[in-house]
Write a protein that binds this ligand. Structure first.
Ligand code: NAP
Length: 451
């Protein structure tokens, strides 16, 4: 029996690893990573529909004949944003040096930049007809500092396997979720995009009624690679723009196809790109229409201050771990002053995280949370979600289980009393479920500071 349990645990961990970049950081150094699946050569871009390689062009010129343009647009199934962009980058290629033990790898030149430009189009195929009967859902919203409005509640997708996440996102949208939290490193954006586009086609939701977030992965921090990182997510999600694009972590990794590059000793290869330079390239994404808003994730106070000093466009969001055992009280107060919204990730304490040690506490098993849940006639998860909303934070619980997707959404029709909020506040233990401690020697590791 014990043998069976060990086998099951190992098999589960391995399966999870495949779909979670962050998990590999903790547990599988040296195992190598899944590379981005693109059979095209360096100089070509894969057609998102046929899988054939598109010839590189110097970009579509305004003077190109209309038929030629529309042919190409058709080729990428009317997702015109998938055209190679012009002049942006003079391509540079990399010859990856063999990693050496005990040596921090210098920042390499990036691979050829393959970028994709959203092209305004009058009526994309994925847009639903105006006469569709939309179900209006009342979800509390936050007005961001740039004027856009963000739902306070959304679905997380980290660790959701591609074949499950399509169903989960579709179900969530049907239930009334209007925000989906995605990231390139979750390795499931194509499956998430399929669900979003299916919902739009089936008239369940309009594109402008749904708020899509994605994140720039750590291997794309070099300013000239930021467009490529964003375009990859746009291509995978099959969308022409994002609502919000975040720098996933302040720490950069060595550029290349590996999401988590390791040296010969199994250590993550970092890059020294300053996130302040990355931020300036993020601002460009807004100007060019790839995303409406930009923000950061896992940044501490000092790091945010550095960005605010140079920002032409201020970050509208800092997405950070936040739950009753890590309530981020001080960071929250600071962000409020700076008019930056806090988005709470792992709001349930990420109970299925495979690296959890047996003696670690589980938020959803906390006796206080369970008593409040009992008194309110709610689940512990609903209490944790409601806790964030009442503090003014947006919250993105993840689930692929239909019944949980539904019950997690039912948090608008009850309220936690002041006393209950205070009791939950006091549960804080400064306990991180995503400490990323393997990166603690990186110069931009954010969690050495108190907040
Ligand atoms: N920016 C970042 O660095 C970062 C880091 C971590 C997470 N995130 C984002 O935040 C999202 C949420 O965080 P998370 O996925 O770490 O953890 P979480 O939302 O706290 O917990 C998700 C886990 O809880 C389970 N669950 C969901 N609803 C439940 C319920 N009602 N009762 C009991 N269990 C329930 C889910 O299982 P089932 O799926 O099996 O139902 C899943 O295993 C992520 O998915 C991701 O989008 C961002």
């Amino acid at each position: 029996m014990q043998k069976f349990n060990i086998c099951t645990k190992f098999a589960k961990a391995m399966y999870f690893r495949k779909y979670s970049g962050e998990y590999r950081i903790f547990n599988f150094p040296g195992f190598g990573n899944k590379t981005i699946e693109n059979n095209c050569t360096k100089n070509k871009l894969e057609d998102p529909v046929s899988g054939k390689c598109l010839e590189p062009t110097s970009g579509r010129k305004a003077s190109e004949p209309v038929e030629k343009r529309s042919k190409l647009l058709e080729k990428v199934k009317d997702t015109a944003e998938k055209l190679l962009c012009s002049k942006d980058k003079k391509s540079e290629t990399t010859s990856t040096p063999k990693p050496q033990c005990g040596k921090i790898e210098p920042t390499n030149k990036p691979e050829k930049v393959k970028c994709l430009r959203p092209v305004p189009r009058p009526m994309p195929v994925t847009e639903r007809p105006e006469d569709c009967n939309v179900q209006k859902q009342e979800i509390p919203k936050i007005k961001l500092s740039d004027g856009y409005v963000m739902p306070m509640f959304g679905l997380g997708t980290w660790g959701s396997k591609p074949h499950k996440v399509t169903m989960a996102v579709m179900h969530a949208i049907k239930v009334g979720y209007r925000m989906i939290d995605c990231a390139h490193v979750y390795e499931n954006e194509q499956a998430v995009g399929k669900a979003i586009n299916d919902c739009i086609k089936k008239c369940i939701v309009k594109r402008d009624e749904i708020f899509i977030t994605s994140k720039l992965w750590n291997t794309y921090h070099r300013p000239e690679m930021v467009v490529e990182g964003c375009c990859r997510s746009l291509k995978d999600l099959n969308l022409s723009y994002l609502n919000l694009y975040l720098i996933h972590w302040p720490m950069g990794y060595k550029e290349g196809k590996e999401l988590i590059p390791y040296d010969a000793c199994g250590r993550i290869l970092s890059s020294r790109v300053d996130y302040v330079d990355t931020w300036q390239a993020m601002e460009d994404l807004v100007q060019r229409g790839f995303t409406r808003s930009i923000g950061i994730s896992n940044f501490n106070m000092k790091q945010i201050e550095r960005i605010l000093k140079i920002a032409k466009i201020k970050p509208v969001v800092n997405q950070v771990e936040c739950h009753p055992y890590l309530n981020q009280m001080r960071l929250m107060a600071y962000l409020k002053k700076k008019k930056i919204a806090l988005v709470a990730y792992s709001p349930l304490g990420s109970p299925a995280r495979p690296w959890a040690k047996p003696d670690e506490p589980y938020v959803l098993d906390d006796n206080m949370i369970k008593s409040i849940a009992f008194a309110q006639g709610r689940t512990a998860a609903q209490i944790c979600i409601r806790y964030q909303i009442q503090r003014g934070n947006a919250v993105i619980p993840k689930s692929v289980t239909p019944s949980r997707i539904e019950s997690n959404f039912e948090v608008a029709d009850f309220e936690l009393g002041d006393e209950e909020m205070k009791i939950i506040d006091k549960l804080d233990k400064g306990f991180r479920v995503v400490p990323l401690s393997k990166l603690s020697s990186h110069p931009y590791y954010p969690f050495h500071d108190a907040y």
